[in-house]
Design a protein around this ligand. Sequence first.
Ligand code: NAD
Ligand code: TYD
Length: 338
Amino acid sequence: MRNLLITGGAGFIGSNFVHYMLETHADYRIVVFDKLTYAGRRENLERVAANPRFHFVQGDICDMQAVRAAVREHNIDTIVNFAAETHVDRSIMAPDAVVTTNVKGTWTLLEVARETGLERFHQISTDEVYGAIPAPRRSREGDPLEPRSPYSASKAGAEHLVYAYFITYGLPVTTTRGSNNIGPYHYPEKAVPLFTTNAIDNLPLPIYGDGLQVRDYQYVLDHCEAIDTVLHHGQLGEVYNVGTEVETPNIEMAHKILDLLGKPHSLIQHVTDRAGHDRRYALDCSKLRALGWQSRHSFDEALEKTVRWFVANEAWWRPIKSGEYLEYYRRQYEERGA
Ligand code: NAD
Ligand code: TYD
């Protein structure tokens, strides 16, 4: 493993992974393959733009010829597939893009991986494929997949294809199912960066329903380390959960953001709930820990680092919160009563 194609590498987790891998593995060459949708941003990769071991290709993972050309030209031996439409609310408003990119795009990558005989195909999946998990249960990797949103259903569909290529064609695959990530370069449509940037501007924090939905918020670099661990020590054909196993209700997360910024709790505004909102996700991550990985950041540390990053990097997020974003925000939140 030396020449990695990181699809979706201009997005939130992908760009953090690119930084992490270039710093951690001095002999790896990284090619980012990214369509640059609204969520993909070249500036996320500015820090590594001049690195001779880094290369950027703009392309769509559904475009087989473009994927094949990138793999051949750069002598790729490993694909790590982050590329996806990732926002549950957008997937509810417009499901076509999630099905196309997340299912057909993953299939396209698998086909190219198969024909070029890659060393590894790693799929980035999500804890959302398990569906809502009643307490006190925790999801283990062998549990049934019961996705309930267009986003999570498309990610489960992609995973099934990945496994099918392992069984049918012997493609060397691994998969990680991560919980909610937080950290630098997080697009401010997701709850933590949205609440943080709204709070900085003294705008309301729109909490869906009662805010007692539970998520496991992990620091993005912990997730990156986990993917690296699975790439080097994971077993082919296997899936690994990645999270902190700490459960945080959304309302508590919102209160903590306000406290970190010294803003009043009165900024919290309860709005109409998300359709089919999964009440709780909870992972059992013992299988990954057995490979030697452990989460390094507590929830409070992860949240504090994240909030501090957004305070220090207004130049990154202010331009995003304009144009298309404001149109999306109006459509998404006006009808919720925000
Ligand atoms: P993101 O939305 O920030 O970035 C997605 C990236 O994919 C963008 O750079 C975008 O331009 C690119 N992309 C989208 N469609 C593409 C296409 N057709 N061809 C090429 N590139 C395309 O997403 P993220 O939060 O960084 O998530 C990355 C991956 O991790 C996704 O697969 C997601 O399902 C998974 N995941 C995310 C989380 C989370 O909390 N954010 C948790 C678990 C798993
Ligand atoms: P999000 O960041 O969209 O991630 P996911 O839905 O993939 O878990 O949302 C995290 C939680 O926050 C989820 O329970 C939905 C909730 N939420 C709100 O309450 N208000 C919001 O404006 C958003 C975007 C999310």
